[in-house]
Design a protein around this ligand. Structure first.
Ligand SMILES: Nc1nc(=O)c2ncn([C@@H]3O[C@@H]4COP(=O)(O)O[C@H]5[C@@H](O)[C@H](n6cnc7c(N)ncnc76)O[C@@H]5COP(=O)(O)O[C@@H]3[C@@H]4O)c2[nH]1
Lengths: 186, 186
């Protein structure tokens, strides 16, 4: 089951390495980005991880929704990994506007392994096709949820956002989904 | 089968993205690292990928073998991926000495997904243990070999080095394995 292994890989090779550094990265970012923006005080210190059920991932969030703007990247984290010295891990900060135009900053990205699921479903030699893909995304989501709930390194440092396509024709579906999760934790 | 998905992920999420940039990166590296070292003229322009059968991976190659020294990193490649802007991809260059002390530079790293295989075999909830791990490493190797042989983006730009432990007690087993592959292609 491909999704099972990708969920474990995403945790073991990424989330459990980077989430412990997240709060310090955000603090450093706020110190170097003192502008007229008080957005972070009413925002989240968690990594928002987007999981679209159709595995349809874009590389720039603002291309999905005009209420989302790229702000800047968090400072780099460097870790020696498997022979690569100082491998760079970073996250991007986006500003999300609500329907009233109020701005919220947050650290958000798609779950990268879904790119692999998507591409595998397009390659006939990879062994699974589009019909199985949705099942695999759900399996990825549940396995990841399970692992993260039991992880001390990751606790309270992330938010999984499952996106289904029912609001697909709403041009602000993505920003609204993120904002719903931002409000939920206050 | 975890190894099958990890091999596809390694290809789709990494090798097919970075291998097309490798030759240009090495050329830029040589231009900025003009020292008394002519090592590269008798070295390889390929990415050497180490695959130890016991999935036992170290993060610094020189800790495995005193005939290996970290030289420097290749220039960074930046790619927008799944919401992360300018995600950084890089490789490390190592100098490998043969038994006569002659030096060869090469771009080498372990296959990072093996770290996931190793860690999963240690986590009881992940679903497989140490006995299956060796099988999974072999499956990873064969699946990866298959995919790469059919890939136009990767052709002639890599070398898979399968390491078994029979020479485990030779402190220069790793450098010798790398040098055997370096010589093979001249
Ligand atoms: N968003 C995000 N930012 C990152 O920096 C990052 N690094 C890893 N991952 C995801 O975590 C999981 C575990 O990573 P691992 O390193 O074991 O496998 C990686 C690794 O073997 C290789 N790879 C990817 N990027 C690099 C890199 N920069 N250097 C070396 N190897 C890399 O290709 C595999 C698949 O990568 P992704 O398909 O991008 O997703 C990975 C994977 O799902 C990341 N996800």
């Amino acid at each position: 089951n491909v999704a099972h292994g990708l969920a474990w890989s995403f945790y073991l090779g990424y989330l459990r390495l980077v989430l412990p550094y997240l709060e310090a990265s955000i603090a450093e970012f706020c110190a170097t980005h003192q502008t007229s923006r008080p957005n972070w005080s009413h925002s989240s210190k968690k990594l928002f991880i987007l999981i679209p059920l159709n595995a349809n991932i874009s590389h720039k969030l603002e291309e999905e929704d005009k209420n989302i703007h790229f702000y800047d990247n968090l400072p780099n984290t460097k870790i020696d990994r498997a022979g690569v010295r100082g491998r760079v891990y970073k996250h991007s900060v986006y500003t999300v506007l609500d329907e009233q135009g109020k701005a919220y900053d947050c650290v958000v990205e798609y779950a990268t392994p879904l790119l692999t699921l998507y591409s595998m479903s397009q390659e006939s030699s990879a062994g699974f096709g589009e019909p199985e893909r949705r099942q695999q995304v759900l399996l990825f989501y549940r396995t990841l949820q399970d692992i993260l709930e039991r992880s001390l390194d990751c606790r309270n440092r992330y938010r999984l956002i499952l996106l289904n396509e029912e609001h697909g024709d709403d041009p602000h579906a993505l920003s609204k989904a993120i904002l719903r999760h931002l409000e939920q934790q206050e």
